[in-house]
Design a protein around this ligand. Structure first.
Ligand code: ATP
Length: 248
């Protein structure tokens, strides 16, 4: 991989098998499964996707519902294995996919900070140094010592965002997260994102808000039905995409 390239996606395809059966009880379903009578329809959510991300590049993924944006980010974050092709990642990666998905609900917020930290490859002493900043930014207060299962969805989101953006990752993956929290938290999150953007962190960002993509990214990749329609300078691609949406 070229020195500057931190993510190399080559010919990635993702196939899902959609269940065609209309069984409404589990027993019938299991009997059919044992008899191998279940019919599946294969469906390619991503088809032959290739692109590279360089160090410090901020890339926005845009496209209609079901275009394959989240699936692609999950594959890059190594949450899913592609059916075809390869993904190479260089450096530490902080994925923020479904917010709070990395939490163990039975542990407290504080314990989850260390748990998430170790999932992201950081030592306990490194996380110790970041701890106060994470808690303060998340505005969780004394709830930090309460199990996460008792948190509201906003609290979970705020904590997940604070962790992912406090640990100085080489690559930050964000799937539609800037809408977390109330207006003042959103303002703070935007500020923090702007700081990250000034640095060397590479950003992969999925959003339905073309404005947010323009605001945060310098390049965009437009996906449709599992294909890349076009890729290039963010404003150019966003304009093309909006024109396509308006024509529909
Ligand atoms: N685990 C799965 N099993 C079967 N199909 C799936 C699975 N995950 C995603 N899909 C399908 O793959 C396609 C792409 O989904 P994906 O969530 O990546 O799209 P998206 O561009 O992120 O959409 P949205 O904008 O609605 O979030 C969709 O048709 C979706 O139904």
């Amino acid at each position: 991989m070229d020195d500057e390239v931190v993510i190399d996606v080559q010919h990635v395809g993702m196939e899902f098998n959609l269940n065609q059966e209309k069984t409404d009880n589990l027993k019938e379903y299991i009997i059919k499964a044992i008899k191998k009578e279940l019919r599946f329809q294969s469906f390619w959510a991503l088809k032959d996707i290739s692109f590279q991300v360089k160090k410090g590049e901020k890339i926005g993924f845009i496209g209609l519902n079901g275009a394959g944006k989240s699936t692609l980010l999950k594959i890059i974050a190594q949450v899913m294995k592609p059916t075809k092709g390869s993904v190479k990642v260089k450096g530490s990666l902080a994925p923020l996919l479904a917010l709070g998905a990395g939490f163990d609900l039975n542990y407290t917020g504080a314990e989850n900070i260390f748990l998430n930290g170790s999932l992201l490859g950081h030592s306990k002493s490194y996380m110790n140094k970041k701890f106060d900043e994470i808690v303060e930014f998340s505005e969780i207060g004394e709830f930090i010592d309460v199990p996460v299962k008792n948190y509201s969805s906003g609290m979970k989101s705020r904590l997940a965002f604070s962790i992912a953006t406090s640990v100085d990752p080489d690559i930050l993956i964000l799937d539609e997260v800037l809408s977390v929290g109330d207006a003042s938290f959103q303002q703070k999150s935007k500020e923090r994102m702007r700081n990250i953007m000034r640095g060397d962190t590479s950003l992969l960002f999925v959003s339905h808000s073309v404005e947010q993509v323009r605001d945060l990214c310098d390049k965009a990749i437009w996906l449709d039905h599992g294909n890349i329609v076009n890729t290039g300078e963010v404003n150019e691609i966003c304009d093309q995409y909006l024109e396509f949406v308006h024509r529909k």
